[in-house]
Every structure is written in C-alpha cells, then in structure tokens.
Design a protein around this ligand. Structure first.
Ligand code: FAD
Length: 478
C-alpha cells in the first residue's frame, strides 16, 4: 500500500525528509496538499499568500510530474480528508508543524492513524533545531534572543541537506484530486496581484536562484547594508521560507560553503545566519506560547489603552498616505510588492503602535493579509517586539522617529523616490520632511501639500507624550 505524504507547509522536493524517507521505504507515494480555510480560523491565508500559494502549487505539480509523480489537491477539513484516505494507505508522513492549529491538526491525524492501525510519522524539516532541543541549563525556555542563539549555535550540527529523490514511486491508482481553480486562491481584487506577480517568481527553483544570487553578490556586505532599504542587500528568501519552498538547513549549508569559507566574507555570513536565528527564535516562542498571535507576552500590556477598530487614520497608514515619507514608502512597497524591507517594517510598525497608539494586532492583521512572507510566528513576534510587549522587546518608550530613521538609512531618498514618486523632485534635505520645506522649494518640486501629497496626519510631539502617558498608566496599574 502507498504512503500518503502531506505536503502542507513544505512545498519542495529538496531537503524534504518526509519525502525522502517515504521514497526510501520502497512503497509508492501519494503527495497530497489540503487547503483548510475553515480550520485555519482567523489565520486563514491572507490575500498575498494565496496568490503565492497558487503559483507555488503549479510549480510543485510540475516538479512532481518530472519525477513520475503527481500532486493530489483537496480543500476542506484536513484531518477528515486524510482520514477518508486511510483505508488505502500504509502510512502517513508529514513535516512537523509548529503553529497551534497545525499541531492540533497533526495530532488529530495521528489519532486517526492509530485507530486505523496506520503508521504516522512527523519529520523535522522547516527549522534548524526542534523547539524541545533548545533549552536553558535548567530546562527552561529562552526569552532573550542572544543566549538562545548562542545555545543554538552549539547545537546546530551542520548535517548536510538531502537532495531531491531521483524518482518518486507512483501508486497503481491515484485518489481523486480537485483542480487548482477549485481551491479559490485568486486574490480579491484580482488586479491587486499584478504588481506582486511582476516582482516575484514563487517556487523552489526560484528560491535556489535567489539564494545563489544573494550568496554570490550580497552576503559579504550584509552587515553593512542590510538596513538600507534603497538597495537590494538582503536575501528576500522570506516568502520561500514561509511557504516551505526552501529549507533553513539548505540555506545554512550553502552559506557555509560559499561565504563562511572566505575569511573576508564571514562577518556578513554570520549576521545573515543570525537573522535565520531570529526566525528560529520566533517559532520557538510561538511553540511555547500558542497565544503569541493574539495576546501580549508581557502580561501588564493586557491593560494597555490601545486604540482599536478602523478609522481614516488607520486607512491612511494602510494606504501610505500619512504625510511621513518613509512610512508611506514602506506601506506602498508592501501593497505593490507584497514585501517590505525589515528596517521599514520596524518604522511603520512603531508609527502605528506608538505615534498612532493603535493596537499592534491591527498591524499584524494587515501584514497577514498583504505580505507574501506572512508567517504566524515571525509576524506576531515582530509586532510584539516593536510594541514593547514581546520577548526581548524594544522598550515601549523607545519611539522610532520616522524622519531621523529615514535620514539615516535612506540618506539620498532613493527608497522614497521609488515608492512615493510625487516627492521625486524634492531635494534630499527635505525628502524626509516635506512639511518643513519652504514654499518655494515645494513649488519648484511641483508639490502642493494636502493635494499632491498629504500633510502629516498627526503631530508627533503630542503623540509621543500621549504614548508615554499610556505607558505610565499600565506601570501604575502594575
Ligand atoms: P534577510 O535579511 O535576508 O534574512 C534571512 C531570513 O531570516 C529571512 O528570510 C527571514 O526568514 C529571517 N528573518 C530576518 N529577519 C527576521 C526577523 N526580524 N524576525 C524573524 N525572522 C527574520 N518576517 C517574516 O518572515 N514573516 C512575517 O510575517 C514578518 N512580519 C514582520 C512584521 C514586523 C512588524 C517586523 C518588524 C518584521 C517582520 N518580519 C517578518 C521579519 C523581517 O522583516 C523579514 O523576515 C525580512 O524582512 C525578510 O526579508 P529577507 O528575506 O530579505 O531577510
């Protein structure tokens, strides 16, 4: 009887332990992907990830066909779908999920398998280290990144990634499959995806190309340039990691091979791998705190007087019309490409939760819907980090100044000019603060504040005081 291989969260053939083990067993393999929107609840895939998933599944199907196999697609309740197939298979293999919903579903599958006397195996694959393995000396959970990463570096054994199997044995008969269109992955409105499609090529082949390009061209300068949003200095591997199209172990191994062997490039490589470490840390946090996406890790923030609901200021933030150029450039980059530079993510997030005093969950939800790399752990941990209520978080009173941040990291205004073209002709001195430019300068640049580009939606000085008063209110309460 064949082995059922659940490919959810692991849309690749390379370094796919569950797939390799299934092939090595000699049994035929049935690769299966199930879209379970209802089961995902509030964390149903957002628009940008849906577009990505559709493209990725198309490519995965082709790669599987080239190995003599197929991809069976289904939509509906994951555990029920798998359960319905158990009569015809000898085993179910899958890659471990670390999200609360993924873990619950995998546990349900495991129980169904036990009832039907079917072997059920969960393999590692989408982290460098399993959450149970990175513990403090007393067996506790790390809440601060640096010691976590120091310990992780001691534990990572550098075992080589597994290649893709040459052939994937096919069963005599295939179960029925839905069509890709049945999965209803097209984003709404459909035209929203056009610029995103012009920016990205999903799929595992593209992931390997991106990695090779980054390692050859940018990794050595990563430490120096990773904070500069106007240059392509980071790997842009996040959507591929979020979709399981490349394994962190493959990234680790290729970085060792192509970067770490060269003394001059090592610093860049170290910093890059450290960022992969933040991904591990976020996932470990989620694994150990399943409410991370909805509740603050620091309990006193439960009573923080966040503002909630929608209003026109939140809409201005979402649409990149706040009147603060670096914030607007970031939010427009997100809308147009499904991705935003990390430094700018921190700036726009700080603007929402501190200047605007809006609940971090409002930002988390918007990012969830619009990021091609939306990842439950990274998104929640990062929003909590910026909001000051997460593990190892930036203190709440440290409020990013969008003007000085812009001047420091985008001194020539290259990033602003790309995403806020109506400010293109402003001289560098005013590109981050058009509201301070003399009337003559604005006129020369063809800008009419309030008409061609918004006036600032808030007074930062007053907002800073309001934010600090809000912080003081929970301190008093605590
Ligand atoms: P690189 O700099 O090349 O880093 C390599 C990889 O390391 C990334 O692909 C990513 O997997 C991981 N990584 C890098 N920075 C971080 C970080 N700060 N935290 C965790 N992992 C990191 N990242 C997501 O993958 N999904 C999200 O939903 C997400 N939401 C975020 C929300 C906010 C408010 C902030 C401030 C950050 C968020 N990040 C998120 C983290 C980070 O911004 C992105 O991972 C990074 O910008 C991706 O670009 P890259 O692949 O070029 O990264």
């Amino acid at each position: 009887k064949p082995i059922l291989l659940l490919m959810n969260e692991t849309l690749r053939l390379d370094d796919h332990m569950a797939l390799v083990s299934a092939c090595e067993s000699g049994a035929p393999v049935i690769p299966l992907f199930i879209l379970d929107d209802a089961g995902a609840g509030d964390w149903k895939l957002g628009g940008a990830r849906r577009w990505w998933l559709r493209e990725s599944l198309k490519r995965l199907e082709k790669s599987l066909q080239a190995k003599g196999s197929r991809l069976i697609l289904r939509s509906g309740n994951t555990a029920e779908m798998v359960s319905g197939l158990l009569g015809d298979v000898s085993a179910v293999y899958m890659t471990r999920s670390y999200s609360p919903i993924g873990r619950r579903v995998q546990e349900e599958i495991h129980q169904q398998c036990t009832v039907h006397d079917v072997d059920c195996r969960r393999f590692a694959g989408n982290l460098l280290l399993e959450p149970e393995d990175v513990r403090t000396k007393t067996g506790g959970i790390y809440e601060v990144f640096s010691p976590f990463w120091r310990r992780a570096l001691e534990l990572i054994d550098g075992s080589p990634p597994l290649g893709a199997p040459d052939r994937i044995p096919a069963p005599d008969a295939w179960p029925e499959s839905d069509d890709l269109d049945d999965l209803k992955l097209d984003p709404k409105p459909a035209h929203w995806a056009e610029p995103i499609a012009a920016t990205w090529v999903p799929g595992e082949d593209a992931a390997h190309d991106m990695l090779a390009k980054f390692l050859a061209e940018a990794a050595r300068d990563y430490k120096a340039k990773r904070d500069v949003p106007g240059v392509e200095a980071t790997s842009r591997l996040s959507p591929y990691l979020a979709n399981g199209e490349i394994s962190p172990r493959r990234i680790w191994a290729e970085t060792q091979l192509h970067v770490m062997t060269n003394e001059q490039d090592r610093t860049g490589g170290d910093w890059f791998l450290r960022e992969l470490g933040w991904r591990e840390f976020s996932t470990h946090l989620l694994f150990n705190n399943p409410t991370l996406p909805v509740r603050p890790l620091k309990a006193q923030f439960e009573d923080f007087p966040w503002r909630e609901g929608m209003d026109d200021k939140v809409e201005a933030w979402q649409q990149g019309r706040t009147g603060f150029p670096i914030v607007d450039a970031g939010m427009r980059q997100l809308w147009q490409t499904g991705w935003m530079h990390n430094r700018v993510r921190m700036i726009v997030a700080s603007f929402l939760v501190k200047d605007m005093l809006w609940h971090w969950r409002t930002g988390e939800d918007w990012f969830w819907d619009t990021l091609v790399d939306a990842d439950l752990a990274n998104n929640a941990a990062s929003w909590q980090w910026v909001a000051g209520c997460g593990a190892d978080a930036a203190p709440y009173f440290r409020i990013f100044n969008p003007i000085t941040q812009g001047e420091k990291f985008d001194p020539e205004g290259d990033y602003i000019r790309t995403y806020v073209p109506e400010l293109s002709d402003l001289p560098n001195d005013y590109i981050h603060k058009p509201f301070e430019a003399p009337a003559g300068v604005l006129k020369m640049a063809g800008i009419s504040l309030g008409e061609t580009y918004p006036k600032p939606i808030l007074d930062r000085k007053a907002c800073r005081e309001r934010a600090l008063a809000a912080l003081a209110s929970i301190k008093k309460a605590a």
